[in-house]
Design a protein around this ligand. Structure first.
Ligand code: FES
Ligand SMILES: [Fe+2]
Length: 394
């Protein structure tokens, strides 16, 4: 983040601290509970939000070397993300063109991708380079049977994929991503994520609609109650800074340690050290920037249930871990962050979901002191409706 912006945000935080205020939304929002319980609404979300938008996949450090891959089955389309021998990150539908078997599972490094069923062989660029007993497939043009490509772009150390095959290619997704980020691109570029290393990952399933694990990050109104025994003493309660970028937004919650900056020259102000800074990358990622690492929380609806989701957590660090003491430091650090979110925030998300399924409550209220949450809920509703309308009109 540019230093001028860090100074501006620090001043804004000081003004709120002095006046006992916070950034505010325009109105109280009344939001329908059915968007958390209705299977039809979930299907609309899946067919729009998880098919039409550039989804954040990870930082470049997730697949740093040629042949590095990540096979992911969390979204609507089984996806194989691979770095080619030319250094380009590409995503494919993870299904063999013969009879559809997945080419890879999990993550690793492969010289090529040999199908486990009948050994069709694809190179790191997804081209079919080996077709055993080729004479049995007369008329099948091998050069046209590469893996089905998904539009992919790697920009400023971040990898994005639109999970719908499209012939328009990389130029198209690059423009779509820029439009989608609504002016956030330069700020994301300023962090220089290209040098980060993937350090650890965890995947968990929770019995809550997929939006809830995102939403728990989007307000500081719950700190003094839900987190009273853990992180609450570190932060100002009910104080957040919010700015929207199209359907995405930046939210900062403020650490009490920011007070130490008041006596220092502005040139030394380091806003990030003294905040919980996160970006909501629409529709399904919370991207947390800490002074010394990055955490990403990507959430996907479960395949079968409206009240279940899968959460993939990734942690990235600027330097790879090389010593035992550094390993212990990171494990303890990340364990604490993960545990607080999982045992406090996600536990109440599951409780809330159980209540929602009683259908006894028709709507919930979002206060003016929860501007990020209001923005997210409105963005979801608006994006699903306009995407569905566009499809109906096609
Ligand atoms: S399904 Fe892959 S080779 Fe047959
Ligand atoms: Fe929380």
């Amino acid at each position: 983040m540019q230093h001028a912006l860090q100074v501006a945000l620090t001043k804004k935080a000081f003004a709120h601290i002095d006046q006992g205020t916070t950034d505010m939304g325009r109105d109280v929002l009344r939001h329908p509970v059915s968007e958390y319980t209705c299977p039809d609404w979930l299907n609309r979300e899946k067919s729009t939000l998880f098919r039409d938008f550039p989804l954040f996949m990870g930082l470049s450090g997730l697949i740093p070397e040629p042949g590095d891959f990540l096979a992911e089955d969390l979204g609507e389309i089984p996806t194989l993300l691979v770095r080619g021998d030319d250094g380009v990150a590409r995503a494919f539908v993870n299904m063999c063109r013969h009879r559809g078997a997945p080419l890879a599972k999990g993550c690793g490094r492969n010289a090529s991708f040999i199908c486990p069923y009948h050994a069709w062989n694809y190179n790191q660029r997804g081209e079919l380079v080996g077709l055993p007993d080729k004479r049995s497939f007369p008329g099948v043009e091998q050069e046209k049977m590469g893996l089905i490509a998904l539009p992919t772009v790697e920009k400023d150390g971040m990898i994005w994929v639109i999970p719908t095959p499209d012939r328009n290619g990389a130029a198209h997704i690059e423009q779509q991503l820029t439009d989608h980020l609504g002016g956030l691109s330069d700020e994301l570029a300023s962090y220089q994520f290209g040098g980060y290393h993937a350090d650890m990952t965890r995947t968990i399933t929770r019995r809550a609609n997929w939006k809830q694990p995102i939403e728990t990050f989007l307000e500081a109104y719950h700190f003094n109650t839900l987190h009273k025994n853990t992180v609450a003493p570190l932060f100002f309660h009910n104080l957040c800074l919010f700015e929207d970028f199209g359907l995405n937004h930046r939210e900062a919650v403020i650490r009490r340690s920011i007070e130490t900056l008041r006596d220092r020259p502005e040139s030394e102000w380091d806003f990030i050290t003294h905040t919980g800074l996160s970006y909501q990358l629409f529709p399904n990622t919370i991207f947390v920037v800490q002074a010394d690492h990055v955490e990403t929380w990507r959430v996907f609806p479960s395949k079968e249930r409206v009240d279940e989701c899968v959460i993939r957590f990734d942690c990235y660090i600027p330097e790879p871990v090389t010593s035992e003491s550094a390993r212990k430091h990171w494990d303890a650090n990340i364990d604490l962050a993960f545990k607080t979110v999982d045992e406090e925030d996600y536990a109440i998300s599951e409780d809330i979901e159980r209540g929602y399924l009683s259908h006894a409550l028709k709507e919930v209220l979002i206060g003016r002191n929860e501007p990020s949450l209001g923005h997210y809920k409105k963005s979801i509703t608006q994006a699903v409706k306009s995407s569905s309308d566009k499809k109906t009109g096609d």
